[in-house]
Design a protein around this ligand. Sequence first.
Ligand SMILES: [Zn+2]
Ligand SMILES: [Zn+2]
Length: 120
Amino acid sequence: MTKQRALIYSIVTTSQEHLSAEQIYFLARQQMPGIALATVYNNLNRLSRLGLIARIALSGQPDRFDKNPAPHEHALCDCCGRLDDIADGSFFQVLQAHTQLELTGYELTLHHLCSHCRKG
Ligand SMILES: [Zn+2]
Ligand SMILES: [Zn+2]
């Protein structure tokens, strides 16, 4: 692993949030000021392909990167774009059992208003 890739991997895996590439770039520059945005994108693609992190594609929003590559469920706030884990993949197991399909992957994102936005 290159120094750049190790830094990007550690940013994704230590974050409590599901960061976009731009956010990861911003954090990476604080530790490695010369790093290029293209380097961040390339390494995120590579880490996702290797299955070390997960890429979450969202319609109308930049992709997010997840330290947990195992199938699990998310909730997206339609107001502020906050993305949270809401379950541990149990729906995946339910679907696997019910459909009898050999499922290879799973993406489920529920849309809602988070508690912060509900107040506002
Ligand atoms: Zn919100
Ligand atoms: Zn997640």
